[in-house]
Design a protein around this ligand. Structure first.
Ligand SMILES: C[S@@+](CC[C@H](N)C(=O)[O-])C[C@H]1O[C@@H](n2cnc3c(N)ncnc32)[C@H](O)[C@@H]1O
Length: 305
């Protein structure tokens, strides 16, 4: 049993590190219900695939209720939001044509994006590692009447046949957490049909260097951009309970190119005027100065000849 799920007595978590934790959008530590998720320590180390998968499955199971309670309203029940800056697929059309297309959503959480895709004529498979998140996806589908085909699986081992989807997408799902995102890029390239798009949003690589804070205390570099060791939280037995990984911009491009994908665009959303909602370290103070989100727009080249 994973430490985060044991419910047993755990050491009180130290104040969330105001140091260099590059958190992705997720509930702030003080909002976790007592006994559900309280890592005993945190730091930077190498992490392997199975450790990251186990840790993040336990983490997202333990925090799914909090995540949906905190962010559900902003996400909408059937809306495609790319990032805390508020970019929507309805406005950006990064996926290209979706009507009549088969779309795979990776790390779907409550499947809000998938539901939006269904209402716009796509046939969607939505995948997530966490049973806790998929439970929310099912109840939101029941509440909205918009059904989505849900699968519990790891992004690094997609349970789909080669060249079986037209479009793949992910809004902060899986990519920030897997130990080796190059494997995910290869898997997506495998299941995409030639000419298909793969678009994903993830933490902007540069925020790895800054403290995990949306305010002015988040504006000073405290960590090397070039340090690729994972951020790891552990329970009192030393077991990893949450991991987050870092790739530089160059790493991401190399992983995509090595997977046979073509990079069409890299979007670094600016913080919109009048948008004041803070989400983890995402917020207007820092967001007006530098990007916290990156959105990679790629495609699998169509077969020539
Ligand atoms: C920040 S949430 C984003 C969820 C949703 N896309 C949204 O915008 O609300 C990250 C999601 O990625 C999922 N995830 C983490 N690691 C994964 C993996 N290896 N494979 C598939 N999903 C994963 C988590 O369970 C979680 O639901």
């Amino acid at each position: 049993m994973n430490g985060s799920e044991s419910g047993g007595p755990v050491a009180p978590r130290p104040a969330p590190p105001a140091t260099s934790r590059p958190a992705v959008p997720r509930p702030a530590a003080p909002q976790y219900p007592a006994g559900r998720y309280h890592p005993a320590e945190f730091g930077y180390s190498e992490v392997d695939h199975d450790t990251a998968r186990r840790a993040n499955r336990g983490y997202w199971d333990a925090t799914a209720d909090d995540y949906q309670a905190e962010h559900g309203e902003f996400l909408g029940d059937a809306d495609f939001l790319w990032c805390p800056e508020g970019l929507r697929e309805a406005d950006t059309h990064l996926l290209g044509e979706i009507r009549g297309r088969t779309v795979l959503e990776i790390g779907c959480g409550g499947a809000q994006c998938a539901r939006w895709l269904v209402t716009h004529g796509a046939e969607v498979v939505a995948l997530d590692l966490s049973a806790g998140q998929l439970r929310h996806a099912r109840s939101l589908s029941a509440a909205t009447g918009v059904e989505v085909s849900l699968v519990q699986a790891d992004a690094a081992r997609l349970p789909l046949t080669d060249a079986s989807v037209d479009v793949a997408c992910s809004a902060f799902g899986a990519i920030p957490f897997v130990a080796d995102s190059a494997v995910v890029m290869r898997e997506v390239a495998r299941v995409l049909r030639p000419g298909g798009r793969w678009v994903f949003s993830t933490t902007h690589p540069m925020i790895w260097s800054f403290p995990d804070s949306p305010g002015t205390d988040g504006l000073t570099v405290v960590r090397s951009y070039f340090d690729r060791r994972a951020y790891v939280e552990r329970d009192r037995f030393g077991r990893a309970t949450y991991t987050e990984t870092h790739r530089t911009v160059g790493d991401r491009v190399r992983e995509l190119v090595a997977a046979g994908l073509r990079v069409l665009d890299l979007i670094e959303p600016e913080w919109p005027a009048g948008h004041d909602r803070v989400w983890g370290q995402w917020g207007p103070v820092r967001g007006r100065l530098f990007p916290s989100t990156s959105i990679f727009v790629t495609e699998k080249p169509a077969r020539s000849g």
